[in-house]
Write a protein that binds this ligand. Structure first.
Ligand code: ADP
Ligand code: MG
Length: 855
């Protein structure tokens, strides 16, 4: 079978990238063929055609215009496809144009600015495990961050949840990873081999040992990082010179936050509890630059454990907090600084646009003022920064001299400023003169020939011409040579015109080539200072994140917490940073919290539905978290003994819907806490045991409480909100368990929620009051109160037999009381709002039926 050379070329390329969709450049289009074409046409909604590529061979084909590449790429990448971009490497001419893949785009290796979120990192990560140990490496090729760690396998999920990689590399033969909630790419095990991986790293960094990177004795960290660098090279083609650092980190220096806790506390994503769409990040992120935003996000995912490091951050925030003028100045300067980190990376990888160099320049120009602003007042904040920002005056100057004020694309020319390159200026001068000659030509030829309507024009196909209308043809001089005939006119050229024409066209080509060459040279020069600019970008990111925290503290009245290595948490007048904003600061009731491993280790919080239990639990966790990223906190004062891990378990409703047994879910979660908590951990348990029958739930809750309290190695500080009033009896038995409840004021038969946490247990559920608030008819409420009184008088001493049991023993009332019985049996605490409404309708219907029928 004969196929065209083009087809052969395509098949050769495709063979190397069987897993990717190959975008094959053909002139102004990227074409896809065969199966790829079917996928592309389906996913991108483009027409599926076919092309003859050999005798009697029609091949399915679908193409997209080259200028729309980004949009189409975005669609495919977001749907988990990989795309190999195959470009034309030689200009079209005789014979077959050379083509090869210059880049494979995968979710983790995207560099197109409009495919990236500016305030999030785009991580490509790799994972390898052996026995109980694992290695995780990650890279953001748009910011040059490259890091690796070795950790125990239990910490793998929390670490991945924190990184949220957009693509995760795992060994081909790896088992157990089928369920990972990330886009995974399997790499041949070979690349994860210790020797091969080490070799890849040594070669990439051109070094003889990995000692300098801190991972020489961490084989799994090396294996993960080596495989990663191999993959980056494979997909990026151009080597990545900017990826010249590898940092080894330890997850032991951060607070561990599992995915559930991140979600429950709404750190990055709001709306989980239906109050507001705000996440904690959205409240504290007042950063002005994308790199500052990314850093703050990272800080929030990595609360620190080290007091020294924390106090450095705190000091810097405090300085910016106190020096209001300096802070305002810093913030306004930051507003004019672009994403230097990604910009420099684009310069270094040769993807930068001329216009972006201007942005680089104007951003760097802000640095000197930034430094001045930060050293005003006493004690500058430099101590809180990993590096000082450097203004890089030589780069600013270079760009100022080289790039025109309004540079267009390289193809159009006009990128390089006049006076920068004598050679370029010379060609431009000649071209200008030639153009001037042509501009004057029309006038001159009109005079010479006496043809008033004579025109000099230009078109793409025929180039420059002199046009004479039919009526005047007799006046045409003898040196005019005919070029083109139109209906109403003839077009001519002269040898002289031809000469100038080629001068201009040649000059244009030369100018474009020269401008490109100068531009590339420029990028090289800037790249030589790339490290320095990157360090500056990182310093600016820190200043930005710190100023954001300071500005938040001022705006929302946060205070500087005192951090200690003690085992006490003592918060006065604490507030929930998200809720206080949604209901208004004045409406929010502040609350204290005192926890200590010695006496107040385990707090049982009781209170009616909607009184503020969950809010209180989360607010304590959020205050601890903010304190441990170096932020001020929403409170009157706070003393925080460093916490190594926050666990949150919230009696789940959604797992029920997912068909999983809640009992199982809660037991697994409880087991996870019990296995991983330490005396320095902080646990919040919100209504655990809720989604199951009363007895099961109560027993789980009771057993978990006892375990956390009694376990010699555990002793973690715990806040436990529950509607099982029976649990208040635990305080009589276990010395470090304390009861608190949410205060409720009763005015007549009305109930007011004070949202105030006070010592002591409660044994009232106020369920009926809640029903009243919900608008149940008065007669129903009154009858319900009677029934409740009746039940309470029959119930044995509280705590011995759960009251719920009594509720099930009510003898059948007459038909008229069926309604009351219904109400008595309602376990209001366990109803969802929707169920409550449905129930209300049902009760109302019953009440109406009662009215209509004789008693
Ligand atoms: P619970 O968990 O006891 O059912 P929530 O914590 O969900 O109650 O709070 C219910 C509502 O009460 C919240 O949506 C909030 O609007 C309000 N609330 C909670 N705590 C406070 C507080 N300290 N001050 C003012 N309003 C509060
Ligand atoms: Mg609640």
């Amino acid at each position: 079978m004969t196929v065209t050379p083009l087809r052969k070329q395509y098949l050769r390329v495709k063979q190397k990238y069987p897993e990717a969709i190959v975008f094959f450049r053909l002139g102004d289009f990227y074409e896809t063929f065969d199966e790829d074409a079917k996928v592309a046409s389906r996913e991108l909604d483009v027409v599926l055609t076919s092309r003859e590529m050999g005798k009697g061979q029609r091949v399915p084909m679908a193409g997209i215009p080259h200028h729309a590449l980004d949009n189409y790429l975005a669609k495919l990448i977001n749907r988990g496809y990989k795309v190999a971009i195959c470009e034309q490497l030689t200009p079209p001419g005789k014979g077959l144009v050379e083509r090869d893949v210059i880049r494979v785009v995968t979710p983790g290796t995207v560099v197109e600015p409009n495919l990236l979120k500016s305030k999030s990192n785009n991580y490509l990560a790799s994972l390898v495990t052996e026995d109980k140990e694992a290695g995780i490496a990650y890279v953001d090729i748009t910011t040059s961050e490259f890091a690796t760690t070795q950790l125990s396998t239990e910490k793998v999920m929390p670490e991945l949840e924190r990184l949220q990689p957009s693509e995760l590399l795992i060994p081909e033969d790896a088992q157990d990873y089928a369920q990972l909630p990330f886009t995974t790419t399997r790499l041949d095990d070979y690349w994860f081999d210790l020797e091969i991986a080490q070799e890849a790293l040594l070669e990439h960094f051109s070094v003889a040992t990995l000692e300098g990177y801190g991972c020489a004795r961490l084989p799994l960290a090396i294996r993960a990082a080596g495989a990663l660098i191999h993959y980056v090279k494979e997909t990026q083609k151009e080597t990545l010179p900017q990826l010249n650092k590898l940092s080894t980190y330890s997850t032991d220096s951060f607070m561990t936050l599992d995915g559930q806790t991140i979600r429950n506390l709404e750190l990055f994503q709001g709306g989980r509890w239906g109050e507001t769409g705000s996440s904690l990040l959205s409240i504290i992120d007042l950063t002005k630059t994308p790199m500052g935003g990314r850093l703050l996000k990272k800080w929030l995912g990595h609360p620190l454990l080290d007091l020294d490091e924390l106090s450095r951050r705190q000091e810097a925030v405090a300085w910016l907090y106190q020096n209001g003028l300096a802070r305002q100045k810093v913030i306004s300067l930051l507003s004019d600084i672009a994403d230097l980190e990604r910009l420099v990376n684009r310069v270094m990888s040769g993807r930068v646009m001329p216009r972006e160099l201007l942005t680089l320049r104007t951003s760097l120009e802000k640095v000197p003022d930034l430094k001045v602003a930060m050293s005003e007042g006493e004690a500058p904040i430099a101590s809180g920064l990993s590096a000082e920002p450097r203004p890089c005056p030589e780069i600013v100057d270079l760009i100022a001299r080289a790039i025109a004020d309004e540079p267009g694309d390289l193809e159009q020319g006009g990128v390089i400023r006049e006076g920068f390159s004598p050679e370029l200026d010379e060609i431009r001068r000649n071209s200008r003169q030639a153009k001037q000659y042509l501009a004057g030509l029309e006038q001159r030829e009109r005079q010479r020939t006496g043809i008033k309507s004579l025109k000099v024009g230009y078109n793409r196909v025929f180039g420059y011409y002199i046009e004479v209308s039919r009526a005047n043809l007799s006046l045409v001089p003898s040196d005019y040579i005919r070029k083109q005939t139109l209906a109403e006119a003839e077009r001519f050229f002269t040898p002289e015109l031809k000469e100038y024409e080629s001068l201009i066209l040649n000059a244009q080509e030369k100018i474009a080539d020269l401008e490109s060459a100068i531009f590339q040279q420029l990028c090289h020069q800037i790249s030589a200072s790339g490290e320095q600019i990157l360090a500056t970008a990182r310093a600016i990111a820190q200043i930005d994140a710190l100023s954001s925290l300071a500005e938040v503290a001022v705006r929302y009245s946060y205070v500087k917490p005192t951090l200690t290595n003690d085992d006490v948490i003592d918060i006065k007048g604490g507030r929930h940073p998200i809720v206080e904003q949604s209901i208004g600061r004045d409406n929010f009731v502040p609350n204290d919290a005192y926890l200590s491993n010695r006496d107040n280790q385990f707090i049982i919080l009781t209170g009616p539905n909607m009184s503020g239990k969950s809010t209180y639990l989360r607010q304590v966790a959020l205050i601890i978290l903010l304190a441990q990223i170096g932020s001020f906190v929403p409170a009157d004062s706070a003393n925080i003994g460093i916490v190594d891990r926050i666990f949150t378990r919230i009696g789940a409703q959604e797992d029920l819907a997912a068909g999983q047994s809640t009992f199982m879910v809660e037991m697994t979660e409880a087991a996870n806490i019990l296995n991983n908590a330490t005396p320095r951990s902080f646990i919040i348990l919100d209504e655990i045991g809720r989604g199951t029958s009363t007895y099961d739930g109560l027993s789980i809750a009771w057993a978990v409480a006892e375990f956390i309290h009694n376990h010699p190695k555990l002793g973690a500080k715990t806040l436990f909100a529950t509607h099982y009033h029976e649990l208040v009896d635990l305080a009589d038995i276990l010395p470090r368990v304390k009861n608190f409840n949410v205060a409720v004021a009763e005015k007549g038969d009305k109930v007011i929620f004070l949202h105030k946490i006070v010592p002591g247990g409660t044994d009232k559920s106020y369920g009926i009051h809640v029903a009243q608030l919900a608008g149940l008819p008065k007669s129903v409420i009154i009858r319900a109160q009677e029934v409740l009184a009746e039940l309470e008088s029959r119930a044995p001493k509280k705590g011995k037999v759960p009251r719920h049991k009594v509720a099930l023993q009510i003898p059948l009332f007459s038909k008229g009381s069926q309604l009351a019985e219904e109400i008595a049996q309602l376990d209001i605490d366990s109803l969802s709002p929707l169920e409550a409404i449905t129930k209300l309708y049902e009760l109302k219907r019953m009440a109406q039926e009662n009215k209509d029928s004789p008693p």
